[in-house]
Design a protein around this ligand. Structure first.
Ligand code: FES
Length: 87
């Protein structure tokens, strides 16, 4: 199982790479703007846990699955290729 790589290429965006999959998400949690560059990503379930109040979002859909009520997480998925994204 590949360990997730989390990076923040800009103030607004966080990029998470898990194996061949790459997810681009907002840098701030939709609940109260927790910094998702410090989130935990489970590579098996593809769920991300906000470091602030522990909301959990499904990376494939952006849907909140646990934690404080908030909107969903905007997600764009691409395919990781040698550090690049192919769309
Ligand atoms: S800021 Fe992310 S759960 Fe509250």
């Amino acid at each position: 199982m590949n360990e997730p790589v989390i990076r923040q290429p800009s103030m607004d965006e966080v990029v998470i790479t898990v194996g061949e999959r790459e997810f681009r998400i907002a840098a701030e949690c939709p609940h109260r703007k927790g910094r998702l560059v410090h989130a935990h990503v489970n590579p098996r379930t593809l769920r991300i846990t906000c470091p602030l109040h522990k909301s959990v979002f499904d990376l494939a859909t952006g849907c909140r699955v646990a934690g404080p009520v908030s909107g969903d997480l905007p997600v764009t998925e691409g395919q990781a290729q040698r550090g690049e994204t192919r769309r």
